[in-house]
Design a binder for this molecule. Structure first.
Ligand code: GRF
Length: 203
């Protein structure tokens, strides 16, 4: 096997997708290792998960920086110091500057709890319920400058059931996220999916 890709996971909170990625990376044939967990929130629960797994962590608050660019420069320095190949955003609640996205183009993934391009942004499950869709799901996509709009790497669908609340739908989607993200990262780390001319290229 070729060298495993060094992955940084960017979080702001709970870290359940982080936990799923850490678990997946334990498999000897997994093509990526979680080399760094970064958070913009020093108290993020996910940082505890990473520490318990013996993974290096770094927390830098965006509030300590006057501009988005200055925060992204500190993030970029942390990623380069850890010799990161790929970035996975998992509940990372910051929008990047264009320069950061360009510098890491094709090497940043995000997971979003809807079938994009439907229901971008926040309060995603509330949006899905208000629209009355019968199917929702989750999407792993390459990050581009425009929020939740990058080329799609993988998706998984779940039914929306009568009587669903945002919470019950979120839980059903989250269970799929935990399977989808490790599979999507595997395909990108193996070079089976890549960003080419602004589109996801497969095979
Ligand atoms: C997930 O639903 C993810 O799709 C969204 O934020 C949530 C993060 O949850 N971007 P967790 O921190 O991975 O538990």
């Amino acid at each position: 096997m070729t060298a495993r890709k060094r992955v940084a996971i960017l979080i702001s909170g709970r870290g359940s997708n982080l936990a799923a990625l850490i678990d997946a990376a334990k498999a000897p044939d997994y093509p990526a290792e979680i080399a760094l967990v970064f958070s913009n929130v020093e108290t993020a629960q996910g940082l505890q998960i990473a520490r318990a797994a013996g993974i290096a962590t770094k927390a830098i608050s965006h509030k300590d920086f006057a501009t988005r660019e200055a925060f992204d420069a500190a993030l970029d320095a942390a990623l380069r110091a850890a010799r990161i190949d790929l970035i996975c955003e998992a509940g990372f609640m910051r929008i990047h500057s264009d320069g950061f996205v360009r510098a890491w183009e094709g090497r940043i993934l995000n997971i979003h709890p809807s079938l994009l391009p439907a229901f971008k942004g926040i309060k995603v499950h509330e949006q899905a319920l208000a629209a009355g869709v019968k199917i929702s799901g989750c999407t792993v996509h390459f990050v581009v400058a425009e929020l939740d709009s990058g080329p799609i790497v993988a998706q998984a669908a779940v039914p929306v059931l009568d009587g669903d609340t945002a919470e019950t739908l979120a839980a059903r989607v989250l269970a799929e996220e935990h399977k989808l993200y490790p599979a999507a990262l595997r395909s990108v780390a193996e070079g089976k999916v890549r960003l080419k001319d602004g589109r996801a290229a497969f095979g």
